[in-house]
Write a protein that binds this ligand. Sequence first.
Ligand SMILES: [Zn+2]
Length: 156
Amino acid sequence: MTAADSNAVAAALTEEKKALLIAAARAAAANAYVPYSGFPVGAAALTESGDIVSGVNIENASYGLTNCGERVAIQSAAARGHRVILAVAISAPKAAGATPCGACRQVMNEFKPVDREMYILLDNVDSVEEIRLSDLLPRAFGPRDLALAGDRHENM
Ligand SMILES: [Zn+2]
């Protein structure tokens, strides 16, 4: 990753966009479907084109089918044709600052900008913590390992 590439992502992630992302994640949390855990999570993904797509955790009576808010947001964005996610905001009202689970980190890595960082914004209620995906998932396995990094946008 070059400094210029990192700066390009950082430039797209303005303070205004960060505030919008956190607000979207907080608003989404109200729609979480969590009858079993009572642990709502809202997430919002910022796409390369500037769209914000939100998601919530959705539980199931067959517990293993539960999906996290982060994955719902990212996969909803993918379903709308987006292939690059610049940042994901996460709001967990009952656990401020909660970080994404391992499965979500892997899914984030799939749609992070090639050779650039994805930023994760954690809602700490009165502040926002910004962390890099590479700090949450170092030495990640991803599209590049399958030699698809260069053409995932064209072929998918
Ligand atoms: Zn998760």
